[in-house]
Design a protein around this ligand. Structure first.
Ligand SMILES: [Zn+2]
Length: 257
């Protein structure tokens, strides 16, 4: 796990209309209710509480290690039961600050953090993105999409696509059953809840075969959803599936999403 100060883009000139809007609706920090000078930014005091993830970690699932080991070292879980995905990486540890950002995005439909999130994720998943043919989001069931009117994973996929220059295929996968939310379920319940739920969309099968895919989601909790999506892409003959999320639960037993 590494603490670092993320790279921010050089500020662009802002129109008088945008500056006038800032007076009426001042931009709020992504990490708190503090007023900040630019939309999609975080006040200095909160930067230090963000935990960006990186090596040393499990070569497969990205679980952070305390000490530097062999770059190919795997965690106990991946050794015991190898995931279907080739790798999983996340930009941030899922702590209170990351949780606020994820919930604002997922439940509040807040989009002003997307450019920052896309940049962080593109950096965390640089290796996988370098070999990717396309990026695709974890799908919602169409009834949930109608209710919510957006899929936050699709927004993140588009943001990662903009940051990395990789192609985005927003509908490579479909969710066959709505099922219950993964929130509050144990690891084994989560696995059962998403078993067989995803499949490659009939219209995308020809575009998946032989391709390397980066699957995007907001949070990697136990990996059950990522595993089910990876299996669906592999059934459609994808060559490899990598997973890239905005945040990752580091201690699943401690966190309720
Ligand atoms: Zn692992």
């Amino acid at each position: 796990m590494v603490k670092e100060r993320p790279v921010t883009r050089a500020p662009r000139r802002r129109s008088w209309l945008t500056r006038a809007a800032d007076i009426v609706w001042p931009p709020r920090s992504l990490a708190s209710d503090a007023i900040v000078d630019r939309p999609g930014s975080i006040e200095a005091a909160k930067w230090t509480s963000l935990t960006f993830l990186g090596p040393p970690c499990c070569a497969c699932c990205g679980f952070p290690f305390e000490v530097q080991t062999d770059a190919a070292a795997l965690c106990g879980a991946c050794l015991a039961d190898a995931p279907a995905f080739a790798s999983a990486r996340a930009a941030l540890a899922y702590d209170d600050v990351a949780r606020k950002m994820v919930l604002d995005l997922k439940r509040g439909g807040r989009r002003d953090g997307l450019n920052a999130f896309g940049g962080w994720m593109a950096r965390a998943g640089a290796e996988a993105l370098a070999e990717a043919d396309f990026i695709t989001p974890t799908p919602l069931h169409w009834t949930r999409l109608l209710e919510r009117r957006f899929n936050q994973s699709a927004w993140l996929a588009q943001a990662v696509g903009r940051a990395s220059g990789r192609a985005v295929l927003v509908d490579a996968l479909v969710r066959r059953r709505r099922g219950r939310s993964q929130g509050g379920l144990t690891a084994s319940q989560r696995r059962r809840n998403v078993e067989g739920v995803f499949r490659a969309a009939p219209w995308s099968e020809g575009r998946v075969a032989g391709r390397t895919v980066v699957l995007i989601d907001d949070v990697f909790t136990t990996g059950a959803t990522a595993e089910a999506c990876a299996k669906a892409l592999l059934r459609a003959k994808a060559a490899r599936v990598h997973v890239l999320t905005l945040a990752r639960v580091v201690r699943p037993v401690d966190v309720v999403i």
